[in-house]
Design a protein around this ligand. Sequence first.
Ligand SMILES: Cc1cc2nc3c(=O)[nH]c(=O)nc-3n(C[C@H](O)[C@H](O)[C@H](O)COP(=O)(O)O)c2cc1C
Length: 195
Amino acid sequence: MIVGICGSPRKQATEHVLEKALDLLQEKGFKTHLWTVRGKWVEYCAHCDYCLENGECVVQDDVQELYMLLAQAKGIIFASPVYNGGVSAQTKAVMDRMRAVVAADKNFFKGKVGMGIVVGGDRAGGQEFTLMQIHTFYIINGIIPVGGGFFGANLGATFWSKDTLEGVKLDEEGFRSLRKTVKKFADFLEQYGGK
Ligand SMILES: Cc1cc2nc3c(=O)[nH]c(=O)nc-3n(C[C@H](O)[C@H](O)[C@H](O)COP(=O)(O)O)c2cc1C
């Protein structure tokens, strides 16, 4: 199964393009699940270290359901809007909360495959840096980071929304980067992970 994590608090451009990515993967025969921060209760990691001693997060919020989904996932997609040149605070909060599952099992993410999708309101508003934040999370946690290859999707899928849903739908280059990245991601999953 592939879990797509949407780090936008709105049902707009980021959720739309993540849905498109999951549709493409379903067409290739993968099972998918979209989990969004929208409308969810997502606490920050408080660095209380409860997880280091007890092997679970003390906070019983909606991230608990994401832990369950990620335990089954072979592939992970973080999709984030670009906020101030980086991932949204909601995306970062989810990433930080993953400390608990790794505390319980240092191999929790080992061998899973990850790709990134980022959506900026500006054409060059920090998309590549934001993808690198996602890939850095993958590298730190033992997830295999996948880009979309040269000539269009070097680090992953990058979109220019012009701050609207209509804008992102018109971003043909963005969708080309998405298709290229999904293709590489599926290839890696078939090689290392399974469906
Ligand atoms: C707090 C905040 C900061 C933002 N910072 C940036 C930015 O640095 N670069 C950029 O290109 N767009 C920036 N944007 C615009 C969003 O990335 C853009 O509107 C995106 O489409 C939002 O995703 P959504 O449509 O899924 O809500 C920012 C938006 C907000 C709310």
